[in-house]
Every structure is written in structure tokens, then in C-alpha cells.
Design a protein around this ligand. Structure first.
Ligand code: ATP
Ligand code: 5RP
Length: 315
């Protein structure tokens, strides 16, 4: 039962170094994992946080993958056992020699030494794939945008930054679909928080309205008491609703509205930031930043809630 062993090791006295707080951010390609991670890393500062993208554990480079009967989403296309070993080492405060995959060239390059800092974020396609991996995390997140939105994000990102044509991206998405269903989406069930950036159904907001966010706050971890924040806001920016999870169980769903006036969302951001007790003043301006240069208040509020969890886990 290796997953039990890692739990024992993390809670026992033998842990050689102070263990970091481990956050997993899982989801399909272009689901927004890097975007979410970047804001957290900037808010905490590079001296406090280590971030790793598990695309680095691809077993084959881009050229080799062209001739394989499976895609980068398949566990057989990734060094899953090495990922498990490395997660255990990081979770117990030890350094790793991490492989490196270069998205610019599609090649595997020289490995790099990574030391876990106070917080470690592991983001990627399969960080919650096995029981042993899941046992390494304090907080687990799954990004679950509607497929149509993820498709738009992937086409834009892969054509602008990874050298693909739109037709190549569409063909690859189709090829990946069965593996997405088999290996990526099942991880949703293991997340403490499921995040969905999407327009609010039935509202017909004008084009350009920032996406809203819905966060399922599962009772698998202790969530912040938002009663003060909710009471202070007039509920246009944010509200909590009792919903049903995929297994039919009741679950809290936090709705963060992209259509709310920016000033109202920022009242909520300030209230959550002041609850964190890290710093006087305003929340870091980098929260909510998209790579298009636009700002998303629902993204900023989501990042603040994850910051709450990271800091709370240290207490
Ligand atoms: N919350 C959001 N609101 C609007 N656009 C977003 C959001 N999150 C991500 N995007 C857009 O989607 C694109 C893909 O996001 P990102 O690179 O963060 O995905 P990813 O999950 O890290 O992808 P991959 O696993 O393929 O590296 C980005 O170019 C970004 O502009
Ligand atoms: O799903 C992905 C996660 O980023 C990538 O497509 C995968 O990592 C392979 O990279 P590339 O498409 O650059 O060859």
C-alpha cells in the first residue's frame, strides 16, 4: 500500500526536511492550469513557491509521438512511476532531478534540479491519475471549462505559441477525445475544488463580458468561512449555493460573476485578502491576469481562495 506509506512518512517523525504544502492543478490541455498557477506563484513570490508542469514527464518527444497509437494524454506516453517517485520526494521536502520537455521545440532536454520551497504547485494533465500521486497533495483542484471554450483557448494558444495550424489543433483534439474521457476527466472526481470558467447559462451577456466562475467546494478539505465576505458584498459579484455533485451528493457551489461591476468584485477581493493576514494593503495586482493582457476578476477571486488554502494549510 504505497499510498499509505507516503501518508505515514509525511505525518511521521522521519521526514528529513520540513515538508512543503502541495497543491495539484489537473485538467485537460488548455484548461487554464498555467494561467491559474502563474497568479498564485506571483502572489507568493519565487522564494516561497516551486511550480512544476508535469508535461516534463512526457516519455516521447513531439516527433516520436507522431508515430504512436496514443497521444500525450495517455499514461503510457508519460513516466507515471517517475512522477510518483518525484511527488513523494517533493512532498517529503526532498529535491528531485526533473526531466524537462520544451514546448517551443517539442524536445526533451537536460534535466534540472528542483528543490521544494514552502509551497509546491504541480500542474498538468495527469497529476491525480494514481492513488499514490493523490496521497502526495494537501489540496487538489480540477479545471473543468466547457469543451467549446477549452477548444477556443487551445486553438488560440497552440497557433500563437506552439507553432500549430488551427486544423492541426482540431485534428489533435479529435484524436485525443477518447483518452481525455478515459484518463483526464476521471480526475475530476478526486478534486477538493472543481473550477469552471464559463458564461452564466441563460443570461445572454453581450460579447466581451468576462467569463464567470463556478467553484464546487467539496467537503474533503476545510474551506474558508466566507460568511463575512458574502455579507459585505451585495451578492452581485459572488454568492454561495447548495448544489448537487456528479455523485448526487449535496455540495457548496461558489458562483463568481464575470458580469458584476469590477468595483464590486474588488470589494470581495480585498475582503478575502485581508482575511489571509499576509500583508496590509491591496491584493497583488497580478492576480486575475490573462496572457492576453486582459483581467478577469473571477480568476482573481479563484486565485485568492486558493491562496487561502495554501496559507491555511501551513497553520
Ligand atoms: N480563466 C480564464 N479566462 C479566460 N481565458 C483563459 C482562462 N484560463 C486560461 N485562459 C486562456 O486559455 C489558454 C490556455 O491556458 P493555459 O495555458 O493556462 O492552459 P493549460 O491548462 O496550462 O494548458 P496546457 O496543459 O496545454 O499547457 C491561455 O492562452 C489563456 O489565455
Ligand atoms: O497537451 C499538452 C499539454 O500542454 C501538450 O499538447 C503536450 O504536452 C504535448 O506538447 P506539444 O503539443 O507541444 O507537442
Amino acid at each position: 500500500m504505497p499510498h499509505k506509506l507516503i501518508r505515514m512518512q509525511r505525518t511521521g517523525d522521519q521526514t528529513p526536511a520540513r515538508r512543503p504544502i502541495m497543491l495539484a492543478i489537473a485538467g485537460d490541455s488548455a484548461a487554464g492550469k498555467t494561467t491559474l498557477t502563474k497568479g498564485l506563484a506571483e502572489a507568493l513570490g519565487s522564494d516561497r513557491i516551486t511550480t512544476i508542469c508535469v508535461d516534463d514527464y512526457h516519455r516521447y518527444d513531439r516527433e516520436e509521438r507522431k508515430n504512436l497509437p496514443f497521444t500525450a494524454l495517455h499514461p503510457d506516453c508519460n513516466y507515471i512511476e517517475i512522477m510518483e517517485q518525484h511527488l513523494q520526494l517533493l512532498a517529503t521536502g526532498q529535491p528531485i532531478l526533473k526531466p524537462v520537455y520544451d514546448h517551443n521545440t517539442g524536445q526533451l532536454t537536460r534535466p534540472e534540479l528542483v528543490e521544494p520551497r514552502e509551497f509546491v504547485i504541480i500542474e498538468g494533465l495527469l497529476p491525480l491519475h494514481t492513488k499514490l500521486m493523490r496521497a502526495c497533495f494537501d489540496i487538489t483542484v480540477y479545471l473543468d471549462p466547457p469543451e467549446e471554450i477549452r477548444r477556443q483557448w487551445k486553438i488560440r494558444r497552440d497557433t500563437q505559441k506552439r507553432g500549430y495550424t488551427a486544423d492541426q489543433v482540431l485534428a489533435e483534439l479529435e484524436r485525443r477525445e477518447p483518452e481525455s474521457e478515459a484518463f483526464i476527466r476521471p480526475q475530476r472526481a478526486f478534486a477538493d475544488i472543481v473550477v469552471r470558467f464559463a458564461p452564466i447559462a441563460g443570461r445572454n451577456d453581450p460579447p466581451g463580458t468576462p467569463l464567470s466562475a463556478e467553484l464546487l467546494l467539496r467537503p474533503t478539505i476545510r474551506h474558508p468561512d466566507l460568511s463575512g465576505v458574502l455579507a459585505d458584498s451585495d451578492q452581485r459579484a459572488i454568492h454561495l449555493r447548495l448544489d448537487r455533485d456528479e455523485n448526487g451528493r449535496p455540495v457548496d457551489a461558489l458562483h463568481i460573476h464575470g458580469y458584476a461591476p469590477r468595483e464590486e468584485s474588488q470589494v470581495v477581493e480585498k475582503a478575502i485578502w485581508s482575511q489571509l493576514g499576509v500583508n496590509a494593503g491591496d491584493p497583488p495586482a497580478t492576480l486575475g491576469t490573462l496572457d492576453t493582457g486582459e483581467r478577469s476578476e473571477p480568476l482573481a477571486i479563484t486565485q485568492l481562495l486558493l491562496l487561502y488554502h495554501l496559507l491555511d494549510a501551513t497553520r
